[in-house]
Design a protein around this ligand. Structure first.
Ligand code: ATP
Length: 344
């Protein structure tokens, strides 16, 4: 929570950039360009390792997805970066400020964490909740900030409603408004759509996309892989140690070979003979009843050749598409590898 502007004194700010004018560091930014830079960070609770030797960077203006199975260390990482827990070892900068005990107030004044459970005072109205938190943050120009935050989440009309009368989706929006009160340089969202129905989920997605358009750096912890795929510039997959960081399409390319999927009206009598003659096909596998998955380094180059060979062989083609692995495929592949590796 904000300890007031005096917290900013004597603090080494490595880079301060106004939201919106930031160039998001999609592929590796320096510490000075990073909204969050984490170097070999470890947190242990006694003998229990919550996360270990974790390094990654988040560029200003980026939406960064933070994924991992239950118990992977995600919440502990966010609590550590949010200065609520001290790391056991390693270093980090958050909003350009080094993660050190004496910098806690300054970091907290430049970030917001929206936890999974909104934690609003249910017997207060939305506006009263925001007023209460704005006072705790010691914010000046509270009225304008509250109005701006309510507008940002489309909740102006409900400002005078008691929080207990709001649906779960609206409470989540009120919590998001609270998180925006201090104009955070980095906004940590912990499973913001957990338990929401599809319409409320879409509304939260639209709000996150709008915040991204305004240049807010968003650190999004989620178990919803389609949400990460849709919203995030880059994602990290944590399983106590960092398993992968990159753009969803990079991660797909790193883990899976590109392939073409062809669906025919009837199965081929001699698929070997057909596919052996097509340049670029590295291997193929039948997918009964009458489909084939062809591993090809360059799907665009191979697709016309494959179509020609199939027509020449007298096959009726129902569809010929590049087979796309989802982020969920990437995630499951990695997490399954970890489960395998832990088996005795
Ligand atoms: P989930 O997706 O279920 O929320 P997570 O990835 O957020 O999980 P964490 O809550 O960070 O995982 O927990 C990581 C590990 O650290 C777990 O083994 C957990 O039991 C342990 N842990 C977390 N907080 C504490 C604590 N205060 N004391 C002791 N162990 C803790």
């Amino acid at each position: 929570m904000n300890q007031g502007p005096q917290g900013m004194e004597h603090v080494e700010v490595q880079r301060v950039q106004a939201p919106g004018r930031a160039s998001s560091a999609r592929s590796g930014s320096t510490t000075a360009q990073s909204a969050v830079a984490v170097e070999h960070l470890t947190k242990r609770f006694g003998d229990r390792v919550a996360f270990e030797d974790v390094s990654f960077r988040v560029g200003y203006g980026e939406v960064f997805g933070f994924l991992g199975p239950n118990g992977a260390g995600k919440t502990t990482t966010v609590r550590t970066l949010g200065t609520l827990l001290a790391p056991t070892s390693g270093a980090a900068t958050v909003a350009g400020i080094q993660l050190r005990p004496e910098n806690g107030p300054a970091i907290r004044s430049r970030i917001s964490i929206m936890p999974e459970s909104p934690g609003l005072y249910l017997r207060l109205t939305v506006a009263e909740n925001l007023e209460c938190f704005a006072r705790l943050y010691c914010l000046a120009d509270r009225r304008e900030r509250i109005e701006r935050a309510l507008r940002a989440v489309n909740l102006t009309e409900r400002a005078n409603d008691l929080c207990r009368s709001l649906s779960k989706g609206l409470r989540q929006r009120a919590a998001l408004a609270r998180a925006l009160l201090n104009d955070p340089a980095v906004l940590f969202l912990d499973e913001p759509t957990s338990g929401l129905d599809p319409v409320a989920t879409r509304e939260v997605h639209e709000l996150i996309a709008a915040l991204k358009d305004r240049g807010v750096t968003i650190f999004l912890t989620t178990h919803r892989l389609e949400e990460a795929e849709r919203l995030c510039d880059r994602v990290a997959i944590l399983n106590t140690t960092m398993r992968l960081v990159g753009r969803p399409d990079e991660l797909r390319a790193r883990l899976f070979k590109s392939s073409l999927e062809v669906r025919l009206r009837a199965e081929l009598t001699d698929p070997d003979a057909v596919f052996a003659g097509v340049p670029g096909i590295e291997s193929w596998e039948a997918q009964p009843p009458s489909s084939y998955l062809l591993t090809v380094p360059d799907p665009d180059a191979s697709a016309p050749e494959v179509a020609r060979a199939l027509v020449h062989a007298g096959a009726d083609i129902c569809s010929l598409t590049e087979s796309r692995h989802s982020l969920e495929d990437v995630y499951l592949e990695l997490v399954d590898e970890d489960v395998e590796a832990k088996r005795p």
